[in-house]
Write a protein that binds this ligand. Structure first.
Ligand SMILES: [Zn+2]
Length: 319
């Protein structure tokens, strides 16, 4: 209690109500049932519950679709924050939503629609294949990636960290093929097909009062696509969501989200033309009255230590 009142005072100085307000937009991907030995900092239901309690004790959490107007008009409350999730993992509904509801919090979920109903993103194919591999060494010479020690969890995490960035920027088709070939070479056996939501789960998430946003269909690096292909990907995701949920889709998150690397002003212009109201990136920082509504920054404390959660959010208000 004492800590939260001190944090509020600091927050009031860094993010006062009105024209000098700074908006914190948190970004999550998954909430896991138990700690993942490969990604020990990924939130679990227990740590996410704690984070939401801490967030609520210091920040005023608002729906992202409501804050845009206030941010521009200079009428945001002090210490305003929004919660977002990217990609469309099933655990967003099964584990995160009950916790959000328990705390009375609203979140926005950005969905890559092509992977709903049994699909798997390329990164999860690589991660889950290496997790399950019985091998001690993974030879990816034929893909030009080299050899990797995968003899234990630490080695597996390191190998994943080295492989994913090299596969991520391949053209869409080549990226899928590379991930599938890596899975074969790991001798991992069957991979999970229930990581992402089904359409029914997506509808349940929306019916629970949560906002759904666009995140393209196949999660491409938009900066690597020509204008037509980028428009097709962004529009396909939006149309699918609007038809599935029977509601306008107003918010968008750029896949991977780094300005200049993953998207450029040309793609931001397409997002605007397609009728979205606002878009979020993965650039760290907090949004101000002068921020481009189609390039709102986001941030989530990366430390899993509960004592670091609010201080890191306050530190982000200086960015
Ligand atoms: Zn994403």
């Amino acid at each position: 209690m004492i800590a939260s009142s001190i944090y509020k005072l600091i927050g009031n100085a860094l993010s006062p109500a009105g024209r000098r307000a700074r908006l914190s937009i948190l970004i999550y991907h998954r909430v896991l049932a138990d700690t993942d030995p490969l990604f020990p900092n990924e939130p679990t239901a227990a740590s996410f519950d704690r984070q939401m309690a801490l967030l609520k004790s210091v920040f005023t959490v608002l729906p992202l679709h409501e804050v845009g107007v206030h941010l521009q008009a200079g009428t945001l409350p002090a210490r305003a924050a929004c919660i977002t999730f990217d990609d469309g993992y099933a655990d967003n509904l099964t584990l995160a939503t009950p916790i959000l509801k328990k705390h009375g919090l609203h979140a926005t979920f950005f969905i890559a629609t092509a992977y709903l109903n049994g699909g798997r993103m390329f990164n999860d194919t690589v991660i889950e294949a290496i997790r399950r591999s019985p091998l001690r060494t993974l030879n990816l010479d034929e893909l030009g990636l080299g050899k990797f020690d995968i003899s234990g969890n630490e080695a597996k995490a390191r190998a994943i960290g080295q492989i994913l960035p090299q596969v991520k920027y391949l053209p869409l088709g080549a990226r899928e093929q590379a991930a599938a070939r890596i899975a074969e070479l790991t001798q991992c056996g069957p991979l999970p097909d229930d990581l992402m939501m089904t359409t029914g789960q997506l509808q349940a998430l929306h019916a629970a009062g949560m906002e759904i946003g666009g995140h393209t269909a196949r999660h491409p690096i938009l900066a690597k696509l020509d204008a037509d292909a980028a428009r097709t990907e962004i529009a396909a995701g939006k149309t699918f969501l609007e038809q599935t949920l029977n509601t306008p889709i107003r918010l968008f998150a750029y896949p991977n989200g780094k300005p200049g690397t993953d998207y450029r002003p040309e793609q931001a212009a397409i997002v605007r033309e397609l009728g979205f109201d606002a878009a979020v990136s993965t650039q760290w920082g907090s949004a101000t009255q002068s921020s481009d509504p189609f390039q709102l920054p986001r941030f989530t404390p990366w430390s899993s230590k509960p004592a670091r959660f609010v201080p890191m959010l306050l530190g982000n208000l200086r960015r």
